[in-house]
Design a protein around this ligand. Sequence first.
Ligand SMILES: Nc1ncnc2c1ncn2[C@@H]1O[C@H](COP(=O)(O)OP(=O)(O)O)[C@@H](O)[C@H]1O
Ligand SMILES: [Mg+2]
Length: 323
Amino acid sequence: MIDQKTITKNISSAIDKINYSKLGKRYSGKVRDWYKQEHFRILIATDRISAFDRVLGLIPFRGAVLNKLSQFWFEKTRDIVPNHMIGVIDPNIMLVTECQALPVEVVVRGYITGVTSTSLWRKYSEGERVIYGIKFPEGLVKNQKLKNPLITPTTRGTGPSGHDEPITAAEIIKKKLVPSSLWKQIEKVAYKLFERGSQICQKAGFILADTKYEFGLDKKGRLTLIDEIHTPDSSRLWVKKTYPARFKTGEEVENYDKEFMRLWFAQQGYMGSGKPPQMPSDLIVKIAQRYIDACENITGEKFVIDLTIPPKQRILESLSKLI
Ligand SMILES: Nc1ncnc2c1ncn2[C@@H]1O[C@H](COP(=O)(O)OP(=O)(O)O)[C@@H](O)[C@H]1O
Ligand SMILES: [Mg+2]
């Protein structure tokens, strides 16, 4: 059992980055480090946490939770679309098929919410009624369920400071970012993935309010789900039980995702520019606990990890076995 005391003790050994030059050049995004091999990619989920497109600190066990949840969901959805997962060789490492990533992020939303510049609620509350090329009726309120889930794509920002911009389906096709028949296939797959995700989350006591998928083409040109899926990083997860009462009174929903830390930073007056405030350790512990709880509820398994060896050392040992 990973309790608060254990999390606190592990704050100092949270994983910032993994350098292993024997595997060649280290690449990194906001959360993951990776090494490219001839036929596959070694994807390492670190404990870095980002919001407002910036890395804002480290949360112990977060990388392992993200990796575990992605593994769970890739297994649960491979009948809908092939994915990049080859195998998990360490709690923080997934071997994946190297794909040519498509230049769009496929966001599916079941609810209208969010405070960031690409989120539906932010735009709607600022008076926009045609958002992502979709017409919205008057009278919607924050966190309301949409009549049906909607796809609101963005361009794909990459690298440590990557930024995503809203785009419409029509623009994606017009600008030839994705061929039209492939985009149709992606839309179909994304709705099916979201439906599967929502069903499994419901059983685990969560509402999958929205999520983001990334797709790529494998060597044979086949559509492949890449990156991560239905994690608290790529999705908004709300507690199902408290949602109805909170929605009725207008109280903020109970978040089990990054919105929780976003709100803390926003309360400190930080919205992405300037020097970010440092997260206090009690906040770090609370965030870690939520990630672990979400992981356990969704997978239906206890989150266990070897605590007798420092995580970085364990990861380096796992990598050394690949050579
Ligand atoms: N199988 C794959 N093939 C090619 N690129 C991938 C694959 N899986 C993930 N990626 C890319 O690797 C990066 C993962 O790092 P991450 O820290 O999640 O990046 P980001 O800061 O963009 O969220 C992302 O840019 C993602 O698009
Ligand atoms: Mg990512």
